[in-house]
Design a binder for this molecule. Structure first.
Ligand code: ZN
Ligand code: ZN
Length: 365
């Protein structure tokens, strides 16, 4: 039977409690938007709610703009009508004595931390480091379902946008068309600013859509994603408009070979750096090693970049139920670039390419 929101958020909060027990942390203060959302279900603006988790209780602090919403979305959490950063209100919920307080040292500002310390009037804080991110890294069924839907929306929407790729159309107009279609197909919005990079702009790995018009003979890279129930998708496809430069076709096929080989080689439990090397070696063997500057991929979930790294120096382990991207690319100044990206996960030993419905063989429009 499907978990209720109460059961789901209690299970996640209990997982943090287990960690707290191991680390001798009595209570945790959670303030990061994704951390709050993951643990409590609160879907309001990040930074407008915070949580205090004790061994027996769980509190959410949010102001009058969100109290009705938090009451509905966070059944497991006891609502306190106070601003997320009202540390006096948080203090009232602390257990007596001198409890060890876990806090998201990677997320909280220095100013907020100082204020929290001064308001609590003691100095017994423990860094939670990546504790919440590590929990979020292993997706539950509900999260995977949302990411699958976000991916499907993106795949459908790029297919609907391809007919608009014509000589003389601005990159910005193609991005607008794609984002419009993602929304029409059920997304709450794009999961990040859409990248449309055509011709020589393709050499910019993060070339946001510009006023440039696409021209016959150019390749066009779209890197985009949709947001569904707070979860991101992320994918990249590169198309050719008319007959492209032969070197670009060669590059395309090298990137595709690297991408397919990495997908094939992925096994749960593998280290990110080892998977990165598999794709990187293929690109290097073809003589394009210096044109692949970024990592092979990254974790995706409530945030577009989260959790695991899949790069040259990444010690992250790519576990089952981790969702991450595989996105090799080659970028050559004054010529152009190619990147191909899919989201992938593994469940019960079975690999799942979440963006598989979008074709990857070179499409010449
Ligand atoms: Zn991407
Ligand atoms: Zn990506």
């Amino acid at each position: 039977m499907k978990e209720t929101v109460f059961e789901m958020t209690k299970r996640r909060t209990d997982a943090l409690r287990t960690y707290m027990q191991e680390k001798k942390i009595d209570v945790s203060f959670i303030c990061s938007g994704p951390g709050v959302r993951y643990l409590s279900g609160f879907a309001g603006t990040p930074g407008d709610a915070s949580l205090l988790i004790t061994p027996e209780k769980a509190f959410i602090f949010t102001d009058s703009r969100y109290t009705i919403q938090a009451g509905e979305q966070c059944p497991y959490y006891e609502l306190r009508s106070a601003a997320a950063w009202d540390f006096s209100a948080v203090k009232e919920c602390l257990p007596a004595g001198n409890p060890a307080v876990g806090f998201e040292n990677r997320e909280i500002s220095y100013n907020s931390f100082t204020r929290m310390k001064n308001t609590f009037g003691f100095d017994n804080f423990v860094c939670l480091e990546t504790a919440v991110a590590d929990l979020r890294n292993i997706k539950d069924d509900w999260e995977l379902d949302n990411i699958r839907i976000a991916c499907r929306i993106a795949c459908d929407s790029i297919a609907e946008t391809v007919p608009y790729i014509k000589d003389g159309v601005r990159e910005l107009d193609l991005a607008t068309e794609l984002e419009y279609r993602m929304k029409k197909n059920g997304a709450s919005g794009p999961s990040f600013d859409t990248i449309v990079a055509s011709g020589v702009r393709g050499a910019l790995p993060h070339g946001l859509a510009s006023e440039k018009t696409v021209k016959n003979g150019e390749m066009i890279t779209f890197d985009f994603g949709s947001l569904y129930n707070g979860y991101c998708s992320d994918m990249t496809r590169t198309f050719a408009l008319g007959e492209p430069d032969p070197e670009m076709v060669k590059i395309y096929n090298i990137v595709l070979e690297a991408q397919l080989t990495a997908i094939d080689a992925y096994r749960p439990g593998m280290r990110g750096a080892d998977l990165d090397k598999i794709a990187r070696d293929i690109i290097a063997d073809h003589g394009y090693g210096k044109y692949f500057g970024h990592g092979l991929g990254h974790g995706v979930g409530l945030e577009i970049h989260e959790g695991v790294g899949v790069g040259r120096n990444s010690g992250s382990v790519l576990s089952e139920r981790t969702v991450f991207s595989i996105e090799p690319g080659i970028y050559i100044e004054n010529l152009g670039g190619v990147r191909i990206e899919d989201l992938i996960t593994c469940l019960g030993g079975v690999k799942e390419i979440l963006t598989a419905t979008s074709p990857k063989a070179l499409t010449i429009l």
